[in-house]
Design a binder for this molecule. Sequence first.
Ligand SMILES: *[C@@H]1O[C@H](CO)[C@@H](O)[C@H](O)[C@H]1NC(C)=O
Ligand SMILES: *[C@@H]1O[C@H](CO)[C@@H](O)[C@H](O)[C@H]1NC(C)=O
Ligand SMILES: *[C@@H]1O[C@H](CO)[C@@H](O)[C@H](O)[C@H]1NC(C)=O
Length: 382
Amino acid sequence: MASENGSNDQILMYAGYILIALAVLFIILVYLYKKGKKKQENLESGADINKVAAAFHDNSAASKPSFSTVELKAETATSADYQSGMVSSSLVVLTSPEVNGLRFEDLLKAPAELIGRGKHGSVYKVVCEAQGMNLAVKRIKDWTISNDDFKQRMTRLNRVKHPNVLPAVAFYSSKQEKLLVYEYQKNGSLFRQIHAHGNQSRQSFDWSRRLSAAARIADALAFMHEELQYERIAHGNLKSSNILLNENMEPRISEYGLMSTVENIQEHSLFKEDTYAFGVILLELLTGRTVLNEGLDLASWVLAVVSEEWTVEVFDKSLIREGASEERMVNVLQVAIKCVNKSFESRPNMRQVALSIRAIIEDDEKSMDASELSVTRSFIDL
Ligand SMILES: *[C@@H]1O[C@H](CO)[C@@H](O)[C@H](O)[C@H]1NC(C)=O
Ligand SMILES: *[C@@H]1O[C@H](CO)[C@@H](O)[C@H](O)[C@H]1NC(C)=O
Ligand SMILES: *[C@@H]1O[C@H](CO)[C@@H](O)[C@H](O)[C@H]1NC(C)=O
């Protein structure tokens, strides 16, 4: 009896062990199942670029059916990069069919020429023979933005299209550096156009073309600011050397949104920093002078001269020679002075600036019609 009881106890004991073991096994299985599922989700989110591609297809189907996004693994990325979870160590090609075959290795192998060096990085001209095109590659160092934020920002920016804003065709992101790839614009920059002294191309940059360039830039900035107001992405580094000229000599703003995460600038003043920078560009167009010290010198020089009521002194001599309307030049100067007001609350937003410049252009055209009319009249009178 005692042994029977003993064996019953033993059976109960073993059954208890088995139950516990089953419970543990069950918990382990549930854990493994959940982990497996998560991994699958990760894999899916790793393919988010493809989703983005699909989104782009939907988004741009109406305007640009050939639009596509491809992610290409960079063979040059070290395995350490991948191990540290930097799946983004690859070139993300954003645009047009011409660059669809572009790979990161092509960029690295192609001959590159340094064409600009600034505070935040350098710009290279890269000749890609395989694509039969020249690219400008902007290399940004020490930008403390996470890879995910950078990716998100670039794909967002890519969805906001304006004919006077140069889109990136591809980007690359690693912890150490960011690369932005643009189509190379062979007609140079607005800076060169304004300041190429003693050159025929400078003479051809007359008043109406300067005014029209100003209007296009203002329209483009106003559009970008409105589209990106919730994301709070301003240009952040606007200057005449960042405004490139396409084959028709129309301005295309480059490097939009690459520098606007500067910590020491209050968020709500970001767009007004662009307004200030645009004011300085207007002053360059009006005076033909270069910005000496980050915009400050030109602005304070102009303000000093204007406050002494020597307003005409500030204007570019070639505009005076050409016989540009002094009234309209003063109107543009007034807009510029509002833009470079020291207090950002007093600066107009870019939509207001764009409207003011459009109004000045209308006046200019009306007065030209009027003078043509009077020429015709006097001809008829004869
Ligand atoms: C004039 O412009 C041409 C091309 O635009 C350039 O190659 C040349 O160096 C310029 N000359 C001067 C004196 O700036
Ligand atoms: C701008 O580019 C076009 C086409 O490449 C060229 O014909 C024109 O001469 C260029 N203009 C200037 C001022 O460089
Ligand atoms: C800046 O704006 C304020 C307010 O509109 C104005 O009173 C002030 O004169 C402006 N400053 C300059 C230098 O124009």
